[in-house]
Design a protein around this ligand. Sequence first.
Ligand code: ATP
Length: 625
Amino acid sequence: LKPIYINNYDYQKTVPFKAFCDLLDKVTTDTKHTVKKKHLSVFFNHFKEADQNYFQLIRLLLPHLDKERQTYGLKEKTLAKFYVEILNIANNSIDASRLINYRKPISNDIGGDFGTAVYLSLRNRCITKGCLSMADINLSLDQLNSTFDRKEKVRILKRILRFSTAQEQKWYVRIILKDLKTGLSEKSVLNFYHPDAMSHFNISSNLRTVCENLKPLIGTNQTGAANSGGRSIYDIEIKLFQPLKPMLANRQPINSVFSIMEGGQVVVETKYDGERIQIHRDGDTIKYFSRNSNDSTYIYGNMFNSVVKECVIPEKCIIDGELLVWDSIAQKFEDFGKLKTLALGGNGDSGDPLGANFGKQLCFIAFDVIYVKDQSVMELPLSQRYFLLKRCVNQKAKSFEISEHKPCSSTADLVNYLDVAIMNRDEGIMVKNLNTCYVPGERKDKWIKIKPEYIDGVGDDLDLVIIGGYYGSGVGRRGGTISHFLLGVPFIPDDIDFEDFNQNQSSTNNIQFFSFCKVGAGYTDQELQGLQKLLEPHWREYKTSNAPKLIQLAEPFKERPDVWIDPKVSVVLQIKAAQIVPSEKYRVGYTLRFPRVVKIRDDKSWGDALDFDGAIVMAQEFEGR
Ligand code: ATP
């Protein structure tokens, strides 16, 4: 048997695929990082003698980063069917079942890994000495990637199968599935290749460019800085339509933010829950790249290009931000997940008023600028980039906006911003140091994300009853509904017989409900709609002049709901909160910080919920911590 494609390929000398598979096996088996690296070293040195085309090696080592072969249209299920069909494996045999149900363990095998299933099911069916080269594999992958024709895909896979061993098949399918499971991260591989490789990749998102620009340092004992003349990340050229890895935010406790940012000037932004998108523009050509540097232009281009042309002033630029769906009827951003449906489903302002997209539009919230008029601006501090961003964008409300920088000088400010964010049903807040540069792919403390769930909670969840409601800001069909709730606890006077009270929960005679907190987050839109439907018939307008005795607010009406409800026909919500803090706004004298609904407790009534005494005990315990 001779290598099959070798003469067609773009390089002459090459390395047996078997040697590469042996490397992957060793790297996977040895858990120590230094040993893994040693295996890589030996292999790279051999490779160097046989071949200089490192891109062809690196793309097989990091298949998930290979943007030139984005997708093969082959998932485990299709591959399993293919093996069963081509190898004529009996459908009811263990080998077929292992492939088709690869997630389930069969006899003593550990289930879950398709590569292993392929190896076990094929080991008695494949040749024992393969003859494929790495070039053969790369060529077959190029061919798989370039055809949509199922028959053609089967033909390519069949040819590789004919000339490979079960071990090679195991690694071949893992490459196709873009998950090698070797325990080597992309950072380790790229750092091993060259100390500057990761930074280069963060700027270009392109393995070919990285390999062409940097020669590997393996065995040279040189440091990256020495080899590259001490080049900083900002010396690497940025090109339009070559996506950069977006700068990321670290997660830190709210109390540590100011000490971590070391006296830097700090601003807070809303943390939007959409899709991170980098917009590249060169005149009329506009592209959209996802957080993972995938080209999403086919999704958003049609609907959003005209907005970009209208709102982005420079002909050439790269702008970073979050893409969301704005619902003009409910007057709010939609939950994440509706973006692609809207973008691919057609424009929301024309068409059927009862259609799912009616009144919805894409809205980009820009928060950074990376490149303007042939120049990178990453090295400028955020304060200057933000200034520049404002000059680059003609804002258009709910279509193309700039994220607001809110001044912040203390932890108390942060707590207040987070409070407001949660009430607005945002995910949390972003804290940014105005003095820092843009660093692609970096997740350090220049940007910090804070979400309520990062904060140590009160401990137990609290079951609280809804006693009031607040209208949302929307208008029309979906707006104007109750979207936030006032929660309370029953105050049970001493003279009530507890036995009797417990048996008679449907009555609220002589019992008052003290306001405790307001909640507006934690439930999905669907859950909220369910609650609204349930409570709708029972709401009564809250009038200060005729305040219900049943519902006790703090004097003089510090936190007043728009409507109130008799708790015996109301609903209990299970609430998670970060803190219990003293408050004059609520009748209990305490309130919850960052409350979120964990569950709607259909199984509980107000008598099963936390009462006033219980709330006070919890508050005192919390204060004493
Ligand atoms: P990460 O993106 O940090 O890996 P993740 O995908 O789990 O983490 P989150 O932890 O929820 O996302 O938050 C980070 C993301 O928040 C950013 O990648 C970005 O898409 C988004 N984001 C929303 N608002 C902002 C903002 N104002 N500034 C920066 N990023 C923002």
